[in-house]
Design a protein around this ligand. Structure first.
Ligand code: 26Q
Length: 802
């Protein structure tokens, strides 16, 4: 057991060794790194034990392949999970050091864009906390997602050099490095044993070096591994590069994370990245398996591989490659094992976001992969020809014309395809992947997303956690379903009041942060209305803005009108090449400038667009939110996860019936959520009869006219181009995401929020009900379902008690 004394001794020792400095003279940053390595030292012991046990027990393990991980900061979460949080906090306090200040020194690990990457990290935490044998496999980008600044209201992107000062949590393992081969000419020769041998010439060989980070389970002694691969040029290969530029291309393969950008197609580097972490990961898994000294036939009893969206779908042909070319298994046996090992999650139904690659590029970058995909495709068509109609088989095959459909590969080569919320999974079956559902009905299933509730409540919101402890005891910390105990207090005004106070204290904290970072003064008694997520047309940040404009014009036109003061808080990055999304950012900032500085409305509305939205900023905003904006066009948001985080922190959801919003409504009941807008069925009906006319709505709705005209008549300064672009997107290009159709209903919902907030006690009760029902969205629960239904893995030693 670590004591305060021992901790101080360790800290002093590290500071001495690493910086030749006394604790009293150390900067917060130096203390962070010293504390970090002390903590890593402690978790390392558990880490070593964990993997030795896995090896000894030969337990089945899952490997979660994801091109993105978004852990944010790890110090607090590691402290909490190791059971050292209070001890460290108090020890530092004794030394007059504020833990929060030390925590701020850590750079966010931002190796992801948004939902998909953060989900992967929530799962890593949950898998370890459930004591399940599971590991992450991904890329160690030198630069994380770009840092966002606003200059004149425009998004400007800066590099995120997160590794500059080193990463305390990782361990580089040279002994586990593997080679990854690109390009080359592939031919076949017959071996003496009759097997075909693959001969590859003129290949580029790159070295993949793993950097492992311990994924610490919640107070259970389990530490799993997140393995991220970095690229290097092997010494012996140096001579093969004809120029520095050519060498650079390969050296820089893992330099940057691609921003979520479905338009960016056919990029060589992205495909090379995908193959890089897939090949390195599969090689290292199969190497590990060989250490177990078991026959190939029981591979799928020891290994499960999960493909997080299609980005790692090359897992399927790469696994085949090793089993065929290196282990010399027959195609039939290799294919059988591959299907049993692999499973796939789909995260989108937007057609433009479904990953496809040109045949030509695949042949160039990874020719052996292409050959194997071609054979998988050929056999698929052959085997289905006798069972299904020709047209169906052609629509579902992997290679169509000159295009490779990665989702088709993922479905055909795995035993499970899941969506991430009930509605999403249903739409996969009925619309997006309907053809596949006809062919493989048993492969489809739903796993509604979940969140790491320890991070998003215990760590991010201490005041609320305190109230929960005082009210329902501490069991909710381990078992989120116990949050339901709160329901017994929904008529206890003292408890309601305390929940209100916890929220108020977080709002004051956020107000301070907002003033410090943006200079905008806000009233912390205002309603904090929050929309935080990537900027995308389908998420409809613009709808939010149109309503703000309506509200603003009402206040201007009716000088005596009073509303409850509102602060609209936005956080969103746009992909650098997503022009329209950037125009929306500029327009929100321009409207903010106009409204925030208009003295005539008496500060009743403020707009705050916080720059550089990331995990750490989310941890500041979410506990302070009163209203959670989840306003995507029904059927477009696969699940959403910020909706769950906001609910857990007692925000009221203002939402369309989309993604997991539907399940949130089911959990809290209609009285404790505000729903508006078209249903998914109505949206599909519009597609069906092609009857939508944005212009018609505009012509019959004076409010909409007033608001849209403001975009182009100069009333909002400095958006000549952006205003016109947005106006045209709605009226000339017929409003792809039906904002105008949902506008009235959204405004009515916003008015309802306004009325609800006036009933203070009832509002607090509604918050309580939201918190109490948020336990169902725990990632612990979600990964348990993956473990039971898809991966078939068990916690360490569980199999012995059977
Ligand atoms: C595509 C092409 C080129 C480069 C990058 C990309 C790319 C990168 C990231 C495409 C998609 C993504 C990320 C998608 C994503 O985050 N999807 C979200 O996943 C969440 C977790 O399941 C859901 O809650 C969200 O609804 C879904 O939008």
């Amino acid at each position: 057991m670590l004591t305060k004394k021992a901790l101080v001794r360790e800290l002093r020792k590290n500071l001495q060794e690493d910086y030749a400095i006394e604790l009293e003279d150390a900067t917060s940053e130096e203390i962070f790194f010293s504390l970090g390595s002390t903590i890593k030292g402690i978790s390392n012991e558990q880490w070593q034990k964990t993997w030795k046990n896995y090896l000894k027990e030969q337990q089945k393990q899952v490997y979660y392949f994801s091109i993105e991980f978004l852990p944010g900061k790890l110090l607090k979460s590691n402290l909490l999970n190791l059971g050292l949080y209070d001890l460290v906090k108090e020890t530092l306090a004794d030394l007059a050091i504020d833990l929060e200040e030390i925590v701020e020194q850590e750079k966010d690990m931002a190796l992801g864009n948004g939902g998909l990457g953060r989900l992967a990290s929530c799962f890593m935490d949950a898998i370890a906390s459930k004591g399940l044998p599971g590991n992450g496999n991904g890329i160690r980008y030198d630069y994380g997602l770009f840092k966002q600044q606003f200059v004149d209201g425009y998004q400007v992107e800066l590099p995120d050099d997160w590794l500059k000062k080193g990463n305390v949590w990782e361990i580089r393992r040279d002994s586990k490095a593997v080679n990854v081969h690109y390009g080359g000419d592939i031919s076949f020769t017959k071996k003496t044993n009759g097997h075909l041998a693959v001969v590859a010439e003129n290949q580029r060989i790159l070295r993949a070096v793993p950097y492992d980070t311990g994924m610490v389970g919640y107070q259970n002694g389990i530490v799993n591994t997140m393995r991220l691969w970095g690229i290097e040029i092997p010494y012996a290969e140096e001579g093969k590069y004809r120029s520095i530029e050519e060498r650079r291309v390969f050296e820089d393969l893992t330099a940057v994370l691609y921003p979520d950008d479905s338009n960016e197609r056919g990029r060589f580097i992205r495909l090379a990245q995908e193959y890089f972490f897939v090949s390195a990961g599969i090689q290292s898994i199969l190497r590990y398996y060989q250490r177990l000294d078991l026959p190939a036939s029981v591979l799928s009893e020891k290994i499960a591989i999960h493909i997080n969206d299609t980005h790692p779908a090359l897992c399927i042909p790469e696994f085949m490659r090793i089993l065929l070319d290196e282990w010399e298994l027959s195609w039939e046996q290799a294919w059988d094992l591959t299907g049993k090992v692999m499973s796939y999650t789909n995260h989108t139904i937007l057609a433009e976001a479904l990953e496809k690659w040109p045949v030509k590029l695949m042949k160039q970058v990874v020719p052996r992969m292409y050959q194997i995909i071609e054979e998988i495709d050929r056999r698929y068509v052959l085997s289905m020809a006798t069972i299904h109609p020709e047209a169906l088989v052609q629509r579902t095959r992997i290679i169509q014309g000159q295009t490779i459909h990665m989702a088709h590969l993922a479905i055909i080569g795995s035993h499970s395809t899941n969506g991430v919320a009930k509605l999403h999974s249903d739409l996969l079956k009925s619309v997006v992947l309907h053809d596949f559902y006809l062919i493989y009905p048993d492969r489809f299933n739903n796993k509604t997303n979940g969140i790491a509730q320890r991070r998003w409540l215990q760590l991010a919101n201490e005041p609320l956690s305190q109230v929960l402890d005082e009210t329902i005891g501490q069991t909710w910390r381990k078992n989120p379903n116990d949050l339901r105990l709160l329901l017994n207090y929904q008529n206890d005004t003292t408890v309601l009041e305390k929940i209100g106070q916890a929220k108020a204290s977080k709002k004051i904290q956020l107000a301070t942060y907002i003033e410090e970072t943006t200079g905008i003064l806000i009233n912390s008694d205002a309603i904090f209305d929050v929309q935080i997520k990537r900027l995308h047309a389908y998420k409809r940040q613009l709808l939010n803005l149109l309503h703000i404009l309506k509200q603003y014009f009402e206040l201007k036109d009716q000088p005596n009108k009073k509303i409850h003061p509102r602060v609209y808080i936005f956080g969103a990055k746009a992909a650098p090449s997503y022009h329209y999304a950037k125009s929306i950012i500029k327009t929100i900032n321009a409207v903010a400038e106009l409204i925030n500085n208009d003295a005539t409305i008496n500060d009743q509305i403020k707009i705050v667009f916080l720059p550089n939205y990331n995990v750490s900023l989310a941890e500041k905003i979410i506990p302070a939110a009163d209203v959670s904006e989840q306003i995507s066009l029904a059927s477009k948001e696969a699940s959403g996860t910020s909706n769950m985080k906001l609910m857990l922190n007692g925000a009221i959801t203002l939402a369309t019936l989309d993604g997991a919003n539907i399940e949130i409504r089911d959990a809290v009941g209609d009285d404790n959520i505000v729903i508006f807008g078209l249903s998914e069925a109505q949206v599909y009906a519009y597609y069906e009869n092609q009857s939508y006319s944005a212009r018609e709505i505009y012509e019959n709705n004076p409010t909409i006219q007033r608001v849209l005209n403001a975009l182009i008549d100069g009333e909002i300064p400095n958006i000549e181009q952006e205003g016109r672009e947005i106006y045209d997107s709605l009226l000339v290009y017929n409003d792809e995401y039906f904002l105008l159709r949902d506008f009235d209903s959204y405004c009515a919902a916003q008015n309802k929020i306004e009325r609800m907030y006036q009933e203070k006690e009832q509002w607090q009760r509604q918050c309580l009900i939201n918190i109490a029902n948020a336990g169902t969205f725990s990632a612990d629960h979600t990964v348990q379902q993956y473990a039971d239904d898809i991966w078939h893995i068990e916690p360490l030693f569980a199999h012995q008690s059977k």
